[in-house]
Design a protein around this ligand. Structure first.
Ligand code: IPM
Ligand code: MG
Length: 356
């Protein structure tokens, strides 16, 4: 078993180091190999996703990814920006199924921006399609009025599109996942306005015929955004397209207290996966030793469960995280009165110790 470790930018290296520490302590047989990605790779090799990094990622059974991005790269040509690394990995490896669970840990109920009774016991799973939609649709670009294009003004455009197989396979992932949980899927669309999402809805309904034991509900994305803060516990599994999933998963993260707690998994049809915290590179706090490593540590647990076939090890990590929270240890993002403030490394050490 081989794990590609891609720490990336900002807080990426700090939080990945803690997850690696925890993985190593499990004494399992796997090989770890580190490579640069994102802005770090641009600095080192002139490209955010160098050939050698992509090759390593393709060979690996799983990828542990930190985060990419920094404001200082915002003026680079788009193909050279750090974000292209994660988009490229998703596309090249066919990582179409993105799992973003939003679980509110008992001890963190008070850290949520919502009232405790709305989030206590929250356990929802957002399944985001990750390799299609307006993120990758062609054509895209800019045209200048000087070139004589209609409508006679400078313009930019992207294309929202989905094929039937793309929708069907992500719908199946959602129905299968729901079978193992609350047996309810909410498909989020914008069928009232967009052709792409009327088609999405139609294909989800057709696919649902194979899953009569799972309840299917449809919701427009604007309403879904509202329901997520009004009655989040009414959801079980949410399935949606790439862009709506990007937005709704950030929203859902806040229900749990901190985006610093949320892991994610992106899988292809061979169960090869990329595992990363749902949060970004947070350049504003990079290098200060205050970032919350738990989302990355929990991502490593998802990796053990989904790609490396080590469910017991995954359970051990998740239990250890609950234990350190119960001990009252908190990084600044989840800190509140009466708890103990710790830094990134101390939090990682505490999880290590709690593994037993
Ligand atoms: C995410 C991020 C990425 C996305 C960015 C960094 C390209 O926001 O994983 O949610 O938009 O998918
Ligand atoms: Mg996002």
């Amino acid at each position: 078993m081989k794990i590609a470790v891609l720490p990336g930018d900002g807080i990426g290296p700090e939080i990945v180091a803690e997850a690696v520490k925890v993985l190593k302590a499990l004494n399992l047989k796997f090989e770890l190999e580190t490579a640069p990605v994102g802005g770090a790779a641009y600095e080192a090799a002139g490209h955010p996703l160098p050939e050698s990094t992509l090759k390593l990622a393709k060979q690996a059974d799983a990828i542990l990814f930190g985060a990419v991005g920094d404001w200082k790269y915002d003026t680079l040509d788009r193909p050279l920006r750090p974000e292209q690394a994660i988009l490229g990995l998703r596309k090249h490896l066919g990582l179409f199924a993105n799992f973003r669970p939003a679980i509110c840990y008992e001890q963190l109920v008070g850290a949520s921006s919502l009232k405790p009774e709305l989030v206590a016991g929250l356990d929802i799973l957002i399944i985001r399609e990750l390799t299609g939609d307006i993120y990758f649709g062609q054509p895209r670009g800019r045209r200048s009025a000087a070139d004589g294009h209609f409508p006679g003004a400078d313009e930019a455009f992207d294309t929202m599109r989905y094929t039937r197989p793309e929708i069907e396979r992500i719908a199946r992932v959602a129905f299968e996942a729901a079978r193992k949980r609350g047996k309810k899927v909410t498909s989020v669309d914008k069928a009232n306005v967009l052709e792409t999402f009327q088609f999405w809805k139609d294909v989800v309904i057709e696919t649902h015929r194979d899953y009569p034991d799972v309840e299917l509900q449809h919701m427009y994305v604007d309403n879904a955004a509202m329901q997520l803060v009004k009655a989040p516990k009414a959801f079980d599994v949410i399935v949606t397209g790439n862009m709506f999933g990007d937005i709704l998963s950030d929203e859902a993260s806040m229900l749990t207290g901190s985006i610093g707690m949320l892991p994610s998994a992106s899988l292809n049809d061979k169960k090869q996966g990329l595992y990363e915290p749902s949060h970004g590179s947070a350049p504003d706090i990079a290098g200060q030793g205050v970032a919350n490593p738990l989302a990355t540590i929990l991502s490593a647990a998802m990796m053990l469960r989904f790609s490396l076939n080590q469910p017991e090890a995954a359970d051990r990590i998740e239990a250890a995280v609950k234990k350190v929270l119960a001990q009252g240890l908190r990084t600044p993002d989840i800190h509140s009165a009466g708890t103990t403030r710790v830094g990134t490394v101390q939090m990682g050490d505490a999880v290590l110790k709690a593994l037993g």
